[in-house]
Design a protein around this ligand. Sequence first.
Ligand code: NAD
Length: 285
Amino acid sequence: MPSQIPDVTLNNGVRMPVLGFGVFQVPAEQTEQTVTDALAAGYRHIDTASAYQNEQAVGRAIAASGIPRDQLFVITKLWVADAGEEGAKRAFDTSLRKLSLDYLDLYLIHQPFGDYYGSWRAMQELYKQGVIKAIGVSNFYPDRLIDLIDHNEITPAVNQIETHPFFQRGADHTLMTEHGIAHESWGPLGQGRTDLFDNPVLTKIAAAHDKTVAQIALRWLLQRDIVVIPKSVRPERMAENLDVFDFTLTGDEMALIATLDTGASSAFDHHDPAGVHWLGTARFE
Ligand code: NAD
């Protein structure tokens, strides 16, 4: 059996496993088997989104697993096209139905675009009704995060942002810590980019611990108090990515990895007007 995955306690007392499983880009027809394998491997925290178009398959795998609901932590996200008070309530109902669940552990605003203030008001209400245990955001840079905190009643419990050795998010992390917001990394393995797996600093540290580069990247994030949700459709990699609780990186190793930061996204520029326009007009049915 894999070793026990520790929890982090969110700012409202809800507990979330520090290591979960992401299903971005897992095709819908492959998702039920993939999540079934992930649950069998020991994952209990599953991250999907309405935009991933695989919520139904995630729901089927959860139902078939027989794992008690209170032992699972399920996240989904509200897409930009559904932003606004009414849109968010409708989208939440749709996601819950697709997932075949009667409550959600964490609901995130997927992108800081569109009428996300309306969305946040709806999410605050749903949270108070008890159908969402915690509410949070994703892809919020510090300026947007502070603005949302300053003008709303509830501070997000989580901000899920791109974070890996090449984009380390130190300033974001400090700000989130100051406000009691848990930092969750997306793309913890650089979304599978080969220069991460071939990086000489990471490969040397991996060899020193008899671990893989993937395990070093995940361990480095966990030691920075960052929650990770690596994705893989391969059971042997699912197991590998869970096996990160039996070693510790030294202060020197942490410092060496810190030198790899480029300070820039490897995936998407949230300040590029064309990209913002693309996200704002993308529809996922
Ligand atoms: P990731 O960093 O988890 O990389 C996944 C890829 O890494 C796999 O497809 C595979 O190619 C490779 N990989 C996985 N394990 C490996 C191993 N042990 N050895 C070698 N290669 C391995 O990228 P991701 O899937 O984009 O991010 C993780 C999760 O974060 C997603 O599945 C999704 O749930 C979430 N996410 C959220 C957002 C957002 O905007 N909020 C954006 C992207 C991803």
